[in-house]
Design a protein around this ligand. Structure first.
Ligand code: HEC
Length: 477
């Protein structure tokens, strides 16, 4: 509430972060953490043959280079931009939560920043000096070392960020003893890292497999050796990724589902749980099948099937990220801060004084009989808009109440009764934080949305972007 509230009323705020972050995570895992070690492995294979069989060495070397080219192109453009995009979108949508995370993880992010800059320098060096540093063994050895350092630093950036992601799900002991070290080594950190690392390696291997199937069409002998090496990589990491996924999913329910007070929530979670298990099994089967095919019948292995497997793992990973974000609700930082950006410990104060009094960027500071709708709009923005749109495509509040209460004009006691208890009806929603007058105002605004559908504007609209037509916005500031 210390910041103006940005709001997208069509797509919803969650979707903005989700789209950017999922693209970033997939590129990071598949192309930075996972593919770089495969490129380094292929380069080393060539390096070891430089003296005994220069012709074959050159084949390994050029395959590695061509694969690196793809990774280089994508990681330094879409990868880098979506990385910055996560910062922008997350700090627009939930500045309070990013601010808290920066306070807890200041040291970790500081180190991560340096590691990240090193990683960028290394990938530039690795790619741009490839041709120059292959004249002799000594130079090539130096270049191989760039690659190995690059693999190491790419993994370290992920290893640091995963701690922060895991912390948001379960803060563990940090809630009692707020020190950095308790925050960093939170209960879900290692299981998540043990899952993401082999997952990244498997994805990297599959992309290398796909590219090799395309690049080595005209050279069946070399194709055979190259595919064998890469499929061995996939066959080692794939099962580890599956084991990591199992470990991770078995750790989560006890930690998170155990906290969920309502059985309904558990049922909902379980239906996704079984759904995800099926997709995981299909994906693993496809990946292992594909790797075996490439190993035993390298000349008939189809590139399209590799592409399908890659798309499936990418989709699965997107689903996994969504699930991870969802089961954390109603918190954005486990047990510490709700997704609406309000701290759990501030709730008694907000309930007593009302939230408007403590909000810096609202049009109304107090609810009166004359400003019910306008105040209700502010209350909606403060308490519901992080997850709901008014009439938008994603999670529209009007749609939700229509499903529950029908199309007839809704009554205040009906709405009020639901909102007062919404956190126990649906575990994933935080309790309503304001006082009774504010709840009345919110109900007045929701009723207004029903009879007079209108988009709810965010702070950015006041800057002149996407300004609603005056007739449409009853409550425009
Ligand atoms: C932390 C995010 C979050 C916040 C904050 C939030 N909601 Fe929700 N709400 C959800 C989600 C997620 C759903 C379920 C969407 C779906 O159908 O899958 C939901 C569903 C609902 C439903 C339908 C429930 C049902 O049983 O079908 C209503 C009504 C609702 N919200 C009202 C509100 C109101 C009013 C506020 C503000 C006071 C609010 N929500 C704040 C996330 C949130």
């Amino acid at each position: 509430m210390d910041f103006p509230i940005f709001h997208l009323d069509f797509l919803g705020n969650r979707a903005l972060i989700a789209i950017i972050a999922v693209i970033h995570a997939i590129i990071n895992h598949a192309l930075a953490v996972g593919l770089m070690p495969v490129v380094a492995m292929l380069e080393i294979k060539g390096f070891r043959l430089m003296q005994t069989n220069p012709e074959l060495a050159e084949k390994w070397d050029s395959l590695a280079y061509r694969i690196l080219f793809v990774a280089f192109l994508i990681t330094t453009t879409i990868g880098a931009m979506t990385g910055v995009g996560i910062w922008f979108s997350a700090s627009l949508v939930n500045p309070a939560s990013i601010a808290s995370l920066i306070r807890v993880f200041f040291g970790a992010w500081f180190v991560e920043w340096m590691v990240f800059v090193t990683e960028v320098v290394l990938i530039l060096l690795y790619f741009l000096t490839w041709k120059k540093l292959k004249a002799n063994m000594v130079k090539k050895f130096k270049h191989v070392k760039y690659g190995l350092f690059l693999c190491f630093f790419s993994w370290i950036t992920m290893a640091i960020i995963v701690s922060i992601l895991a912390f948001m799900m379960d803060t563990g002991n940090w809630n009692n003893d707020r020190t950095f070290i308790y925050g960093f080594v939170n209960p879900l950190y290692l299981p998540q890292l043990l899952f993401r690392t082999p997952l990244a390696m498997t994805m990297g291997g599959m992309i290398a497999l796909f590219l090799t199937l395309i690049y080595t069409r005209k050279d069946p002998d070399f194709r055979k050796s190259a595919l064998r090496s890469i499929s061995k990589w996939v066959l080692v990491w794939g099962p580890l990724a599956a084991a990591g996924a199992m470990l991770y999913y078995y750790v989560i329910p006890t930690n998170l589902v155990g906290n969920l007070p309502v059985a309904m929530g558990t049922i909902e979670f379980q239906s996704w749980y079984s759904q995800i298990i099926v997709i995981v099994i299909v994906a693993i089967g496809l990946v292992i099948g594909m790797a075996n095919w490439a190993y035993f019948r390298p000349n008939t292995a189809p590139a399209w099937l590799a592409a399908v497997s890659i798309l499936l793992i990418a989709g699965l990973m997107g689903h996994f990220e969504r699930l991870r974000e969802f089961i954390r609700k109603p918190y954005v930082i486990g047990e510490y801060m709700y997704s609406n950006g309000l701290r759990v410990e501030d709730y008694p104060l907000l309930k007593r004084d009302g939230i408007l009094k403590h909000a810096n960027f609202v049009a109304t500071k107090e609810v009166t009989d004359d400003n019910m709708i306008e105040a209700g709009r502010d209350v909606f923005i403060l308490t519901c808009s992080r997850c709901h749109t008014a009439n938008g495509a994603v999670n529209p509040i009007v749609g939700k109440f229509t499903v529950m209460f029908g199309k007839e004009p809704w009554q205040t006691p009906q709405l009020k009764g639901y909102i007062k208890n919404m956190h126990s009806a649906r575990y994933f929603m935080p309790p309503f934080p304001g006082n009774d007058r504010e709840l009345d105002a919110l109900c007045a605004f929701i009723k207004e949305l029903q009879t007079n559908p209108q988009p709810v504007t965010g702070a950015q609209d006041g800057l002149g972007f996407n300004k609603p037509k005056p007739a449409q916005s009853v409550a425009a500031r």
